[in-house]
Ligand binder design. Structure first.
Ligand SMILES: Cc1cc2nc3c(=O)[nH]c(=O)nc-3n(C[C@H](O)[C@H](O)[C@H](O)COP(=O)(O)OP(=O)(O)OC[C@H]3O[C@@H](n4cnc5c(N)ncnc54)[C@H](O)[C@@H]3O)c2cc1C
Length: 433
């Protein structure tokens, strides 16, 4: 069974367990509206636990599903949480108002003086603020770091949510089984988060002691940073994966940027290649050799572990060539590489790509020019053009990495050309969209 199906199967199983516990061991609610409110509250807890698991960066999940997909699930679970978190108190207040023949406002004032309920109310406000900052309109206008800082208040919301649940003794301690079940879920989620986000990165960095070994300009706006460290042969990194890099002492400590490995890890050094698009990526060009590096990872499912066929098609767009270059180094068999750039001068790492292709008998095709220019208009990833360039595309594993618009166009064409989904692997260089 595929990991994604297994994962969502386990989630549904937990929803079923929560319903079963609610209808068998929880005390009878005063009325149906209150009952619905309490059931919604249990779903809030489940969704929070799911959110923690999705962002825990557990290597087992990440290697199989990929951080981009996990982050996208996290985003949609977050919006579901937002609606359920709004509905839960409305039903509870309406339920109490009906039971005591009072108003929802009166019930709100009654509950607001109780620690557990107050914790829940503050958690609700925090979830609303974080969700507001995550809608596309706000997200596009906020700096990544600002959005991320706002997003961190969700940890406080989750802590308050847990306190709220602990005070709601009727559902949490309805029976020893219910108590054990909820503690197991919370312990798993918080444990996964602590291990994936704190223990593992700290342990890896203490073990490998990464340092900048060289900074090599590749073009006017692209630079490669070579990194050395201890026991790098023990680092479980693969071509196609990425790390989240920090350069403490040089850049600000809260600046952490994801960059893919642009060469297959050889056990002695790592290399990232970054295009300057903003402050952090532009500053890499000036980073002193010897600087300390804090690297979280390796992350990502964009690796040859997921290959299903003998033949491979690698498609790179712009600086999306970085993981493609690393994958080519690691791949064998019949390989075609399509490298899409606006101008030939933008084709960074092209000489390396061509040298690797010669060694491996691979074919590299450079596709330059502006999409839509010329007559007929240039559209290299239209289904007919893609099929003309690579007639046996449906028999290949396809790895595509490039700007989101290009990646989407390629994925659409692959669907039109009936390339089976399991053969298609994409990295979008975007975790927060
Ligand atoms: C999995 C992955 C792999 C990547 N690999 C490469 C690579 O090999 N080479 C390369 O040139 N670029 C790569 N990128 C893109 C690179 O991370 C961004 O260009 C870089 O972080 C921009 O940071 P900045 O501060 O210079 O620019 P900003 O102007 O601050 O950021 C520009 C945009 O980059 C994104 N971004 C910034 N910081 C982060 C962060 N910490 N996490 C997620 N997204 C962020 C945001 O969408 C932001 O709007 C990759 C991105 C991802 C998600």
């Amino acid at each position: 069974m595929r990991t994604a199906q297994l994962f969502w199967g386990v989630v549904l199983l937990n929803v079923a367990v929560v319903w079963a516990l609610f209808f068998t061991v929880a005390p009878e609610p005063k009325n149906a509206i209150l009952g619905a409110g309490q059931l919604l509250g249990l779903h809030v807890a489940l969704l929070m636990i799911l959110q923690l698991t999705l962002i825990a960066r557990l290597p087992w999940l990440d290697r199989r599903i990929g951080m981009d997909r996990l982050t996208s699930w996290h985003r949609w679970t977050g919006f579901t949480l937002f609606w359920v978190v709004l509905a839960h108190p409305l039903f509870v207040l309406a339920g109490y108002a009906t039971a005591y023949d009072s108003t929802m406002w009166r019930q709100f004032l009654n509950l607001a003086v109780m620690v557990g309920s107050l914790a829940g109310m503050i958690a609700l406000v925090l979830v609303v603020v974080a969700a507001g900052a995550s809608i596309r309109y706000a997200r596009r206008r906020l700096q990544y770091e600002t959005w991320h800082a706002v997003h961190l208040i969700l940890y406080l919301a989750i802590t308050l949510g847990l306190i709220h649940q602990l005070f709601e003794l009727s559902t949490f301690t309805a029976s020893p089984v219910a108590t054990a079940y909820w503690w197991t879920l919370w312990t798993f989620a918080i444990g996964a988060l602590l291990i994936g986000r704190i223990v593992l990165p700290l342990w890896r960095n203490a073990r490998h002691r990464f340092r900048v070994a060289a900074v090599v300009p590749e073009s006017d706006d692209v630079v490669s940073v070579h990194i050395r460290g201890r026991d790098l042969d023990k680092l479980p990194a693969r071509a196609g994966q990425f790390f989240i890099w920090r350069f403490p002492g040089y850049a600000r400590w809260w600046q952490a940027n994801p960059f893919s490995l642009s060469a297959a890890p050889d056990g002695r050094s790592l290399r990232l290649t970054a295009k300057a698009v903003g402050g952090a990526s532009a500053a890499l060009r000036h980073i002193p050799v010897g600087s300390r590096v804090f690297a979280e990872g390796p992350y990502g499912a964009f690796t040859s572990l997921h290959r299903t066929r003998e033949k491979t098609l690698l498609i790179a767009g712009g600086v999306g060539v970085t993981p493609i270059r690393a994958l080519l180094e690691e791949s064998a068999g019949d390989i075609v590489v399509l490298y899409r750039v606006h101008r030939r001068a933008d084709a960074v790492l092209l000489p390396e790509l061509e040298a690797l292709a010669r060694e491996r008998g691979a074919r590299v095709v450079l596709l330059s020019g502006r999409t839509g220019s010329g007559d007929p208009p240039l559209a290299p990833f239209e289904p007919a053009n893609l099929a003309a360039e690579v007639p046996d595309v449906a028999e290949r594993d396809v790895f595509v990495c490039g700007p989101p618009a290009m990646t989407s166009a390629v994925l659409r064409s692959l669907r039109a050309l009936r390339v089976p989904r399991r053969q298609v692997h994409a990295e979008r260089f975007s975790l927060a969209a």
